[in-house]
Design a protein around this ligand. Structure first.
Ligand code: NAI
Ligand code: MG
Length: 492
């Protein structure tokens, strides 16, 4: 089996323990490569290397313009290798090649955009109410950043963290998910090729409880940028608080996708399919609660169910496949258990509801696209993140009722609204408690637009101009330009 290497201090490295673990191909349901099983000692080596570059090393001496040039260079290298990296995520994660080609070709934009920002981090000269003082601010990088990423879109989600962190002048230790580490281990080598000094970008692989926890606890790590489950996010937040570390947490969702009777029905059906079946439902923004206004409820389902049922499943490497396997064996079990819970709680199974046994799915980890109707929003299937191709359909009468249902979850990551009424677009987008609202659309995201969660869906924002400030801290400098110190016991 192919053996991957970690990347520490500019060099490929095995784990200090000499241990490995298997990574699986979800389409075959079989292991295909070995990943180094890192430990706290590997985390320490990587953090020390990152810290040395941050605190006086070659990286800290670069001008912001030089940092920006390196970011743009790595963007070019990612563009060059996009096909190879996409194929790797198809193999290790079961992602569709149809989606990954687009995604990998888009990722360089993060490095171009934030590379451009690197030399536009300005402070301010402030007006002062105190005579004789010159007061200005500096925005300084926080230090070593831990980027802890999930398995669902490893390189895209990593880039949301890495590009602004590097542009800000931070250094980074990446901990990819144990379920999908391979693409990250190929990817980080591009930073060495681009000319980043050794130690600026490191990747340590292994399990959350070993490598992830050691990173969060390491005193030289000043910022944790995490995407994953709310459960792990909460744990990380608690640990980080003890050392007053700054966090960015992008957690799950239970996003409502709300269709009003006046909506363009065919567009909305397409939007509902994309919201729940894209990436086999394994996205934090999955539109997993479909709210249908009663007058169109039945007709909508008559259109939706056959399309969802006839989605082409099978080899994710084939460009015609529409629904691929789920990425992990554990995730397959989790989805099946949620289907069971929904049944027991009294939801009506309208489509799917089991593992896919189609010949084109082989021994892969496939679940049939699944639709439950008659869901009541208090049911667990409407409250908890499934992270799979399982849709809950909830009827509603009025705009007020739709809003109440939409906001009645602990999460607040995304929401879709389908209507032709401009006033309603504005009212709904103002009153829905979520970090993103899409109107007559679902799933748009860009390096230019802030992304993050309300409520339990997270803390902080990624993407957009503001994202770079997640990796900076502000210093206020007061220079006395000629006032005598005077009374030492009075605050100035
Ligand atoms: P997870 O949240 O446990 O893992 C995410 C990352 O955190 C991985 O790199 C993992 O190794 C790391 N980690 C785990 N425990 C840690 C600890 N104690 N300290 C530091 N890092 C730690 O998610 P997992 O187990 O892979 O998936 C479980 C569920 O999470 C999924 O079923 C899904 O519902 C949700 N999820 C949500 C994602 C999102 O984009 N919001 C992404 C992936 C999963
Ligand atoms: Mg895998």
């Amino acid at each position: 089996m192919k053996k991957y290497q970690m990347f520490v201090d500019g060099r490929e490295a095995e784990s200090s323990t000499g241990d490995w673990f298997e990574t699986f191909d979800p389409f075959l349901g079989a292991p295909w490569a070995l990943i180094p099983r890192g430990a706290a000692a590997d985390v320490d080596r990587a953090v020390q290397a990152a810290h040395a570059q941050f605190a006086g090393g070659e990286w800290s001496q670069l001008t912001p313009t030089q940092r920006g040039a390196l970011l743009r260079k790595v963007g070019d290298l990612i563009a060059r290798d996009a096909g190879k990296l996409a194929a790797l995520e198809v193999k290790d994660n079961g992602k569709l090649i149809a989606e990954m080609s687009g995604q990998l070709n888009y990722i360089p934009q993060w490095y171009y955009y934030f590379g451009g920002l690197a030399d536009k981090i300005e402070g301010a000269v402030l007006p002062s109410d105190k005579k004789g003082y010159f007061n200005f601010t500096r925005n300084e990088p926080l230090g070593v950043v831990a980027a802890i990423t999930p398995w669902n879109s490893p390189l895209l989600i990593l880039s949301w963290k890495l590009a602004p962190a590097l542009a800000a002048g931070c250094t980074v230790v990446i901990k990819p998910s144990e379920f999908a580490s391979a693409s990250t281990l190929e990817f980080v080598k591009l930073f060495a090729e681009a000319g980043f000094p050794p130690g600026v970008v490191n990747a340590v692989t292994g399990f959350g409880k070993d490598v992830g926890a050691a990173l969060v606890e390491h005193p030289l790590v000043k910022k944790i940028s995490f995407t994953g489950s709310d459960h792990t996010g909460r744990m990380i937040n608690e640990q980080a608080a003890r050392q007053f570390k700054s966090v960015n947490l992008e957690l799950g969702g239970k996003s409502p996708n709300i269709v009003f009777a006046d909506a363009d029905m065919d567009d909305a059906v397409n939007g509902a399919i994309s919201a729940i079946l894209a990436a086999t439902g394994q996205t934090c923004i999955a539109g997993s609660r479909l709210l249908l206004q009663r007058p169109i409820h039945d007709l909508f389902l008559e259109k939706l169910i056959p399309i969802a049922g006839s989605a082409r499943m099978g080899d994710p490497a084939s460009s015609s496949t529409q629904v691929g396997p789920v990425t992990t064996r554990q995730q397959l079990d989790k989805i099946e258990s949620f289907i069971e819970i929904a049944r027991k709680d009294g939801a009506t199974l309208a489509l799917g509801g089991q593992r896919a046994r189609r010949p084109e799915c082989g021994d892969g980890w496939f679940v049939e696209p699944t639709i439950f109707t008659g869901v009541v929003n208090s049911m667990r299937i409407a409250q908890e993140e499934v992270f799979g191709p399982v849709l809950s359909v909830i009827p509603f009468d009025s705009e007020e009722e739709a809003l109440a249902i939409a906001n009645d979850t602990p999460f607040g990551l995304g929401a879709g609204v389908w209507t032709q009424d401009f006033g309603r677009m504005l009212r709904m987008s103002e009153r829905i408690q979520s970090g993103t609202v899409w109107v007559n659309s679902y799933r748009a995201a860009s390096f230019m637009s802030p992304f993050g969660g309300y409520k339990d869906s997270g803390v902080g924002r990624e993407n957009g101009l503001g994202a770079i400030h997640e990796y900076l801290q502000t210093k206020s400098v007061w220079i006395n330009v000629g006032v005598k110190t005077g009374n030492a016991f009075v605050m100035r």
